[in-house]
Design a binder for this molecule. Sequence first.
Ligand code: R1P
Ligand code: URA
Length: 403
Amino acid sequence: MYLSGHRRAMGPTKPCSDMHGRQICVNLVAPTSISAYRRPRLVTRAQVDKADDHAVAVIGRHKPTYKNANFPTDGEGRTYHLGTKEGEVAPRILSVGSVSRALLLSKLLDPPTPGRPLFQRTSSRGFLTITGRYDGEPVSIVSTHMGQPNMDFVVRENRAIVRGQMAIVRLGTCGAVQRPAKLGDLLIAAHGSIAIRRNPDYWTLMDGRESLLRASNSPTRNGTANGTTTTNGNSGAATYGGFSGPKPYMTSLPVPANPQLAALLAAEAAQVVGPDRVVEGLNASADSFYSSQGRTGSDFDDRNEGLLADLVAAHPDLVSLEMETFQLLDLARCSKGSIKAIGMCVALAERYSNAFLEYHKLEELEISGGNAALRALAHVSLDGPSEAEAETLKEREVQYVWN
Ligand code: R1P
Ligand code: URA
């Protein structure tokens, strides 16, 4: 017997095991009556099995047992979030934001041999990996979803199952922050990337700060006496009437891109869309699409009205603003030389004019950018596995899905 929840808009529950082998309940997307979620009820095994008959999908259920809490993999060696194992992912990876972009760009891969379709796997967390060849070279396309934590999963879990040096190119969408970057251009993070983070301490400490300000009643550095500062720039504190306090948004120092991959990608992109549609510069990756990218509104107290202007003043070469490139370049920088990485984005929004790209143009540019990125990936030089690693791989008889 299992205790079913009573939350609104949820179907019946089904027992399954969590990563520690404990029984937990998960929701089934199945028809249910209103009375089913008014109060907790006991569900029998038979009812659960019956409910399963109607189930359309159960998302997020992990059947396998994971062993190592430090870096969980299942009995087959599949990673916890991406669900792939050694031999299924190529050392050359194209990371894209959405599943639809991954599927679209998989059409650019070399045609699979009859009877051997491209390798495709979707993990229980919705990460899609497609592996095939481009210009004869094994490549994988991975849908990374949104935000820096998802890029962290993609880079670390793929690093764990791929041998030898890797190359990762992100093809995303972004906002164009200033000219010369224009709507529909391909913006390459050749100058690296900075991170922008909303700083909750600014709001946490606001009450104390405002009383200090009232007491001192004096204007502030980079701000105003009523505390509506929108100061930005490198980490550090703003001063409020002589007292230090945090700023609402923090920016990191730049992390570099791989210069070889950046140059290859820029050349390939220029071939595909023309040099006047390719802009190389600095990227900024924010921890939100809204406040930390300087999008304003009246529902929240965001204190970000001056964010974009401050960013541009501090970084004259800033061209693109999105949400993942920083994490990719930062991990590549910390990968002990084992990952070459670069990011390129289609300018989907012009932040200085408020224009937004039409959908059909985006798809065309995703294809152009995809071709350029795949060509750069296929042709960048990478060191293969060490001799010792190659020997171990042979002994373990790893099967490669692209062979
Ligand atoms: C926000 O809409 C998403 O679009 C951008 C941002 O980085 C964020 O992931 O990239 P993708 O189009 O690759 O998802
Ligand atoms: N993606 C972002 O993160 N920002 C934009 O402005 C457009 C796409």
